[in-house]
Every structure is written in C-alpha cells, then in structure tokens.
Design a protein around this ligand. Structure first.
Ligand SMILES: Cc1cc2nc3c(=O)[nH]c(=O)nc-3n(C[C@H](O)[C@H](O)[C@H](O)COP(=O)(O)OP(=O)(O)OC[C@H]3O[C@@H](n4cnc5c(N)ncnc54)[C@H](O)[C@@H]3O)c2cc1C
Ligand code: SF4
Ligand code: SF4
Length: 420
C-alpha cells in the first residue's frame, strides 16, 4: 500500500473545513451504522483537544468499531452520498473519522461510559468479529452479562486478514478495549463452539451467532486443490514468499489484498485473472490506484479452466470469455497454457455454514447476509442485539432509520450505544 494510515493535521483541517454541514445529513443516512459525519466533523472544527474528544464520542456512540471502520470503509457509503462531490469531490470521511479517533485516543480522552446496572440475564455470543463485538457493545449497555466465544486466538474475525498496512491489529484492539469497558463482557479465546444452539442448555438466556463465512468458495475446476486459498495465504503470507510469478484468481477487494501482499512479499510479477472486465471489478478508487502503483497485471475476460503442478511450479490453462447478453460464456478454442507460476492464490469468495434456526438464537454479520464490510457487520450486530433483547424482554425499540436513496446496504442500524 502506498498511503499513510492517518491524515496529517493540515489534511484533517482542509477536509473538515470543506464540510458543508448539510441539514439533511445525506452522509449519515448512507452510513450502515448511522454514524453522522455531519455531526462529528462539526464537533471537530474548533480543532482543540476537547473538540477532538467530542468528535470521537459522536462517532463511537453510533459505531463502537469507529477506528477500524475509518481505516477500511469503502467509498460507496457516506462518501458516495456526500454533497460536496457536486462541488469538487466528496469529503474523505473514513480518513477523517480514523484520524479523529487516533487523535482523541492519543490524548487519552475517550473515557469509559458510566457503569450500567446488571439485568440478571446471560447472553453468549459466538464469534468475536465485527458483528459479534458490536452486538456485545449494545447488549453490555443494556445490562446483560456477555460471554464472547472466539475460535481464534485474537479478536477481529476476517478483518484480521486485512494487511497490517491497511488495518493494524493494534487498531482492532483499541476498538475492542473500548468496548470491554461497556459492561460485563468476558472474552473466551481459542474456544470453538460446536453447536451454538446447545449454549441455551448451558444456561444462557439467548445466543447471538456471528461466525462469519469460514469457507473459501470453490471454482469447480480440475486442480483447484493445488491453489492456496486467500484465507491460508493472508494468515501467513511469509509461508509463500517467492521471487517468481504469482497468479491470483479473482478480481475483488480480497484478491487485491492478496495481489499486493504477494508483490510486497517479493514476487517479481503478480497477475490477477478476472472473468469479467476491469471496469466490473468491485473496487474503490483507492484500491484501483494501489493495483496500478504496485504494477499488478490484470488479465481480464479470462477464465482459468485448469491448474497443474510440475515440479515446483504451476501451470494455468485459461480461456477467453465474452458477454452473451448479460451472461458470461467461454469463447471456444481460446485455451492458452500459462506455465511458471510459483504460487496460485484463489480469492473468489467465501461461504457460510448452514444456519440452525431456534428461538432466542439470532444470527448476525456475514454468516447472516453474506460477505459484506466491517461497517455492515457492525450494523447487523447492533440489530441482532436489539432483536435478541426484544425476544428476551418484549421491549421493542422503535427506531426510525432513514436510509439513503443512492446507497444500498446489506444491513442498516440506527441504534445508539446507550450511555456512550
Ligand atoms: C482480505 C479481506 C479484506 C477485507 N477488506 C475489507 C475492507 O477493506 N473493508 C471492509 O469494510 N471490509 C473488509 N473485509 C470484510 C470484513 O472483514 C468482513 O465483512 C467482516 O469481518 C465480517 O464480520 P463478521 O463479524 O460477520 O464475521 P467475521 O469477521 O468472519 O468473524 C467471525 C468470527 O467468528 C469466529 N468463529 C467462527 N466459527 C466459530 C465457532 N464455531 N466458535 C467460535 N468462534 C467462531 C471466527 O474465528 C471469527 O473470528 C475484508 C475481508 C477480508 C477477508
Ligand atoms: S454530506 Fe458531506 S458535506 Fe454534507 S455534512 Fe455530510 S460530510 Fe459534510
Ligand atoms: S462508519 Fe464508515 S460508512 Fe459510516 S460514516 Fe464512518 S466512514 Fe462512513
């Protein structure tokens, strides 16, 4: 990656001053977590230490994973709706958000919320990814005793696979350490729950399942078992260090992370194989520029048909594709043999396990609505917490949730984390 993690003071000043303080707050309507850039930018405008802390509190009451989101939110939410784009360009809202939280935390200014009275009920949350952490935040503020079970040895879920250069684990820990101050939350790491529904028999009043999508999607081609999945690759890229050619199958944001990691890991050439056109690749402007900056080769309108291994190297057999109406089809007799790849990385999506429906068991995040983003997982986790709270107490939160006309989400939530 070529960018610095945080805006400089001069950049922060220039971005906050460009904000028009739009009365309709289109940026807030477009945020899945209902975070309000209009308000947190206004709060930060005096540029005093107190104003940075106020801005941070404004962010965190809607999105307790505000710093993670600031570093990772794509430009299709608040930035896509920002009115400033009609004058020149959208405010760089995620970058402003990340910078404000970093500043406020460095000042030691974001303090724990006031203690909350226990309500006598226990909830188990399975999975300490963004959805599970956000659900824990909301339920802890309602007085629940939370046990968060996590199979891995750290919190963060799939976000742990995001390269350190974009999202340092230290930032995930900062957001998590803040959530831990919300109430009675016990984190149990290295604990895989075999069957979340059984937790009800163990005495929990309710369960939230936020286990993400743990399986890499398959391509259904001969030899695909020879490729390394993006999950295995990004967990330990040093195991696949190579000075040779690396092939990445897939053209999304995860494939982009794999390609750039391979390049920074010493590969001479990295080539992405994409079935559709370059313009169809669902990437942010920033991700596209990273691909260019890192000289990643993109072979588009190409389907990999087969993978073979000879000695230490891999050969791909590829064919060209074309659109037949909206359908993509192979072009006959275009198969080409592409030898000499040191590694082949497969990044064509991920899959969830089937759900087991039961009363007082609520699903949240990517395992519920498919692969998404950290901020959508946060929104889903907040909604799941409210749904479980309603099932356990009969208290239904009626919250009007204005949504943007130009942005679609997998989940939208306007819950405020009480007392933060
Ligand atoms: C390489 C990569 C790059 C990405 N880049 C971005 C980005 O730039 N911006 C963005 O917004 N999003 C990005 N995402 C997507 C984002 O990380 C996910 O959408 C988000 O993490 C989903 O959150 P979740 O809580 O639903 O699931 P997950 O994050 O997958 O968390 C699920 C957790 O449950 C645990 N678990 C699973 N089964 C069990 C069990 N039986 N018992 C106990 N624990 C269990 C897992 O170990 C995991 O920690 C990226 C994802 C990847 C892989
Ligand atoms: S839409 Fe853009 S310019 Fe308007 S208040 Fe939100 S961030 Fe500021
Ligand atoms: S959480 Fe993400 S989408 Fe929401 S306002 Fe902040 S940067 Fe934008």
């Amino acid at each position: 990656m070529t960018k610095k993690l945080y805006l400089t003071d001069a950049q922060l000043k220039s971005e906050t001053e460009r904000c028009l303080n739009c009365p309709e707050k289109p940026c807030k309507k477009a945020c899945p977590a209902n975070c309000s850039p209009a308000d947190f930018i206004q709060a930060a405008k005096p540029r005093t230490n107190e104003s940075y802390v106020k801005a941070a509190e404004e962010i965190l009451k809607a999105n307790p994973l505000g710093q993670m989101c600031g570093l990772t939110c794509p430009d299709r939410f608040c930035m896509a709706a920002c009115s400033r784009k009609n004058l020149d360009s959208s405010i760089r809202i995620p970058a402003v958000q990340a910078a404000l939280l970093e500043k406020a935390r460095k000042l030691g200014g974001v303090s724990a919320p006031a203690p909350v009275a226990p309500n006598g009920k226990n909830v188990a949350i399975v999975g300490a990814g963004p959805a599970g952490m956000a659900a824990a935040a909301v339920l802890a503020r309602k007085g629940y005793s939370i046990t968060l079970f996590e199979a891995a040895n750290k919190v963060g879920g799939a976000a742990k696979l995001i390269p350190e250069a974009r999202l340092p684990q230290e930032v995930t820990e900062k957001d998590w350490n803040y959530i831990k101050t919300f109430g009675d939350i016990t984190l149990t790491l290295n604990h895989r729950v075999a069957n979340p529904v059984d937790l009800l028999k163990d005495g929990y009043d309710g369960v939230i399942v936020a286990v993400g999508e743990p399986h890499s999607a398959k391509m259904g081609i001969p030899g695909e078992e020879l490729a390394v999945s993006f999950m295995d690759y990004l967990k330990a890229p040093e195991n696949y260090a190579s000075a040779g050619n690396v092939a990445v199958l897939g053209g999304g944001a995860v494939a982009t992370d794999c390609a750039i990691t391979a390049k920074t890991n010493g590969a001479e050439n990295v080539e992405m194989f994409v079935r559709r056109r370059v313009c169809d690749m669902r990437l942010t402007a920033e991700e596209r520029s990273w691909l260019m900056d890192n000289q990643i080769d993109i072979t588009s309108m190409t389907r990999v048909e087969k993978i073979e291994k000879t000695g230490d190297t891999y050969t791909l057999y590829t064919c060209k594709t074309r659109f037949n109406g909206t359908k993509l089809e192979d072009i006959p007799e275009t198969t080409v043999k592409r030898p000499d790849f040191a590694h082949v990385i497969m990044a064509v999506g991920s899959k969830a396990d089937p759900k087991t429906e039961a009363a007082k068991v609520v699903y949240a995040g990517d395992c519920n609505h498919g692969g998404s983003t950290i901020v959508e997982a946060v929104a889903s986790g907040k909604n799941a917490a409210n749904e479980l709270h309603a099932a356990l107490t009969g208290e239904i939160e009626e919250i009007a949730c204005p949504v943007s006309k130009i942005v679609t989400y997998k989940a939208k939530s306007c819950t405020i984390v009480e007392g933060v």
